[in-house]
Design a protein. Sequence first.
Length: 411
Amino acid sequence: MPRRDLLAPTLLILLFVVTRVVIYLMWRHPDAKFVANDVSYYGFHLDRLENGADDVMLEYPPPAVWLLHALYRLGGGWDRWFALHTAFFLLLDALVALSLYRRGRWQGSLFWILFTGANGAIVWFRFDLLPAALVAWACMWLVSRPRLAGAMVGVGAAIKLWPALLIAPMLAPDPSAHPARGRVVGFVAAGFGLAAISLAVEGWTRNTNPLTWQGDRGLQIESVPALSLMWLRTFTDNPSWHIELSEYNALEIFGPGVEALLAVAGVLTVLSFVATAGLAVLLIRRRSGPDAILLAVLSIILMTIIVNKTLSPQYILWLGGPVAALLLRVDDDRLRRHVHVLAVALVVVGGLTQFTYPWGAFGIMALPLGSGPETAVLVLRNLTLVAMTGYALWLTLRSSRTHALPELAKL
C-alpha cells in the first residue's frame, strides 16, 4: 500500500489512542471517578444473579442482562469484572471507528473518534455504547447489507427498546421491494426472535418490567422537559424545587410544576411516535433515498431524546451512528455541508454533556439553589439538542423531495 494511503489510517489510530489516554487521565481525577459507579452497580446485581436472585436490573430488557451476565462470567466473576467491562466497551468503540473507515472516506471514522471522545469516560462505563454501535452499523449497511442492517436494529431493540422506532423510516422507499424488504426480514428475525426467546425464558411480567419502570419514573434533572424548572431553581431566589436520588437511581426534580411537565412530556412522547410514523409514510410516498432515510433516523433519535422525561448523559451516544453514516455516503455538496454542521454540533454536544456529568454535576445539584455556570451549560446543551432536532427534521423533509437514488449505490 502506498505511503499516502497509510497516512489517514495512521493518523486516525494515533488520534484514537491519544484521546483515549486523555479520557483515562481525566477519569482518574478524584472529581470524576464516580462516573464508573454503574459498573459496580451492574457487577453487584450480576453477582446476585449468580447466586439465584431473579429480580435483577428490572429496568433493562432481559437480553441486555443476558449480555452483561455473559461478560461477567467470561471474566470469572467480580474480581475481573471492572477491567473486562471497560476493555469490552473500549474495544467496541475502536471497532465501530474501524468499520467506519473507507479508503478516501475517513470522515466517518474521524467523527466517531471525536464524538465518543468528547463524551468522555461514560462511553466505557454505561452499556449504551452497544445500542449506539448497533445503530451505527445498521445505518452503515442500510443499502449494501439490508438484512444485516435490519438485524442490527432488531438486536438493538431487544436490548434497549428505542431502536425499534428506527425500522419505520427504513421501510422506504418501498416496503415490498429490495432493500427495504430485506431490512424488515432482518429486523423481524433478530428482534422478534430475541423477544420470543426472552418471553419464553423470563415470562411476560419480567419482559414488561422495563416499560413499567420507565413509566413510573419522575422528571430527571437533565431532561429537556425539566429545563424551565432547572433554570428557575438556579437563577431565581425561589427555593421551591429540590433534587433527590429517586428509587429509580436517577436524579429527579421535585416541586411546583413537576406534574404538569410530566404530563407535557407524555403528550410530546405520543406526538413523537406520530411524527415517526408520519416520516415513514412521507419517505415511502416520495420514494426517498438513503440520505433521507438516515436523516429521518437521526431526527427520530433526537425526538426520542428531547421529549423524554429522562435524559441520562449516555443517551447522547445514540446520535453518532446516523451522522457517521451520512459522512460516509453523502456526495451532494449542499447536503454535505449540512451534515458537517450536524457533525460539529454533535461533538460540541458531547463535550457539553461531559461537562454537565461528571464535572458540573455537583454544581447543578447544589443546595439550596443550583450553581449558575454549571446549570447554564446544561441549558445550552439541551437547547442545542432542540435546535438540532428542528434542523434534522428540516433536512429530512428537504432531502425526501428528491426521488430515490438508485439502490445500487453502496456504502
